[in-house]
Design a protein around this ligand. Structure first.
Ligand code: PMP
Length: 382
């Protein structure tokens, strides 16, 4: 089978496995044990990963990187843990955030905080001008994702960060799909809080990080996981040393190859897109044509049910809508927000091209998709 679901998760890069392995076997110490070499080795490896990840996003201090179990936990710590200032009770986000952000917003609302959900345009872009016009005297937090996991649209986070900075408001960005794929600069982009995950970039599952700008006086977090005071008290629990080492190595590899890999993925994606546009009628490409994650292509096939299409393409691993919410078979909130009809949403497939996909695989997928769509359309009277 061909794996083309690299937005949902990715395979471990063999180099990442190699980096992690010694921390399962020989260097298994507890990073908090500072009375022997096993602990020192573990701590050194964690520090190195912290440094690597911090540098890759131009964070001012590596101590501002808190390791967590993944982006979901990072987002919860950022949004639920952030102490609003006493008189401030308003948060701005968008309608196309990941469920983990939207669920945190629902919790904030239940706690008496008002949340504004900004609509995207038809390409999935949240206009910075909309952020400006939604600001209130009580706004204390803006949370806008860096890149969308369903349609790939990249947001103007530098402009949004500037607006937040001008108004002394904390800016959190869910950068889960952005890290290692597009440039991120915590300082230039005025980002106060950013959430990351390792498994989207050929690192292990179950490890992520929250960057917090400790120099920003408006950022005070209340930890959600209490205990031994690890991670400067922000996230207690014995550190997942092999996972953190793998995360660091994964970031190192992704950042080193970002420019070249981004061009390669953009090219492979264009093969898919052009082949479908040339050979199929009634399709819609969802998301922004250029401000888009290099490997992500979301296509709506009119009059085709995506689940039937995926069954037809059983030898290719793909997602309909977003895998993260596919336990609930509701039309995607992202596609709805960009104005797709229910039909277009139901016929939507996400192609996630990744590091280990070859051109031959993509050409095979091109052929198979066109065949399958034509077959399904011929079976249903139109
Ligand atoms: N945000 C976005 C944009 C994502 O794509 C994902 C992963 N589907 C998450 C958050 C959650 O990440 P994790 O799996 O690390 O909890």
């Amino acid at each position: 089978p061909i794996y083309l679901d690299n937005i949902a998760t990715t395979v471990l890069d063999p180099e990442v496995i190699a980096a992690m392995m010694p921390y399962f076997t020989d260097h298994y110490g507890n990073a908090a044990s500072q009375s022997h070499s096993f602990g020192w080795e573990a701590m050194q490896a964690v520090d190195y990963a912290r440094q690597t990840i911090s540098e890759s996003i131009n964070a001012p201090h590596s101590r501002d990187m808190i390791f967590t179990s993944g982006a979901t936990e990072s987002i919860n710590l950022a949004m639920i843990g952030l102490q609003g200032r006493s008189n401030k009770k308003h948060v701005i986000t968008s309608m196309i955030e990941h469920k983990s952000v939207l669920d945190c917003c629902a919790r904030l609302e239940a706690n008496g905080i008002e949340v504004t959900y900004l609509p995207p345009d038809s390409d999935g872009v949240i206009s910075p001008a909309l952020v400006s016009s939604a600001l209130k005297a009580e706004t204390y937090l803006v949370s806008i994702m860096a890149a969308n996991n369903e349609i790939g649209t990249i947001q103007k986070i530098e402009q949004i960060g500037r607006i937040c900075n001008d108004h002394d408001i904390v800016f959190h960005t869910d950068a889960t799909q952005a890290l290692g794929k597009i440039e991120l600069d915590m300082q230039r982009m005025n980002i106060g809080l950013a959430s990351f995950s390792a498994h989207k970039i050929y690192g292990p599952k179950g490890v992520g990080a929250l960057y917090l700008n400790s120099g920003n006086k408006n950022i005070t977090l209340t930890p959600l996981v209490l205990g031994g005071g690890h991670e400067r008290g922000m996230r207690s629990g014995t550190l997942n040393v092999p996972g953190i080492v793998g995360f660091g190595r994964a970031v190192e590899i992704a950042v080193k190859n970002m420019t070249v890999e981004s061009q390669r993925l953009t090219y492979l994606k264009s093969l898919l897109r052009e082949h479908m546009l040339e050979n199929l009628s009634d399709i819609r490409i969802n998301g922004h044509m250029t401000d888009c994650l290099p490997g992500l292509l979301n296509v709506s096939f009119n009059d085709v049910d995506a689940d039937s299409l995926l069954l037809e393409l059983a030898d290719i691993a793909l997602s309909s809508g977003s895998a993260c919410t596919s336990a609930q078979r509701a039309p995607s909130h992202v596609l709805k927000a960009i104005g797709a009809t229910n039909g277009q949403s139901q016929g939507s497939v996400r192609f996630g091209v990744g590091r280990f996909n070859s051109q031959d695989e993509i050409r095979y997928v091109c052929r198979r998709v066109v065949e399958a769509v034509k077959k399904l359309r011929s079976m249903t009277p139109r």
